[in-house]
Ligand binder design. Structure first.
Ligand SMILES: [Fe+2]
Length: 183
């Protein structure tokens, strides 16, 4: 089961820049905050994004096991492109829920209710380096990111089908980006 890939896309990603890179922050940004060349390259493939999240993650930090979906959201799929900077020895891991177990709801730092999972209720199924400069991955499956020994910056774009409010599925993303996959 492959739930994420290292990719290389032919246009540069020019992200919004944030000042305080010494503390744990998450910031929301939109497609208006990144370079239009990237937005139009995605559009040529039938893909867009409205929202992105910026994460500035301290060394050694581990996210709780979760899926990238707000509780009560109408979205069903969540495929993302992550652009990553200053990462060293970070790892992303995916899990499946053990039989008879379910999610636990909790609030994240931004006050959203997140669908989380206890590690003891899950088993690991897939792993990907967190150090790649760009990846696509399936955020609909249970996952975590364990940071390495640097302050790591990650810009995460939620992929939609162009000009709609419909999320790209993982099957669709693997097809759309197949010529960009490195491994
Ligand atoms: Fe996530």
């Amino acid at each position: 089961m492959i739930l994420g890939y290292q990719i290389k896309i032919p246009v540069e990603f020019k992200p919004p820049r944030y000042d305080n890179l010494s503390t744990w922050i998450t910031n929301k940004f939109s497609c208006d905050d990144v370079n239009p060349e990237l937005v139009s390259w995605l559009n040529d493939r039938g893909v867009s994004f409205k929202d992105g999240l910026f994460f500035n993650v301290p060394p050694g930090m581990k996210h709780n096991l979760h899926i990238d979906m707000k509780y009560g959201s109408h979205y069903t799929d969540c495929v993302k492109i992550n652009f990553i900077y200053n990462s060293n020895n970070a790892v992303m891991k995916w899990y499946k829920l053990n039989e008879g177990k379910g999610p636990t709801l909790h609030k994240n730092s931004r006050g959203d209710t997140i669908i989380g999972f206890k590690p003891e209720d899950c088993h690991e199924v897939f792993e990907l380096s967190g150090d790649y400069e760009s990846i696509i991955f399936n955020g609909q499956e249970i996952h975590t990111m364990i940071n390495g020994d640097t302050m790591r910056q990650c810009y995460s774009l939620f992929l939609l089908k162009s000009n709609t409010d419909v999320r790209v599925t993982w099957d669709e993303a693997q097809y759309i980006f197949k010529d960009c996959i490195i491994k």
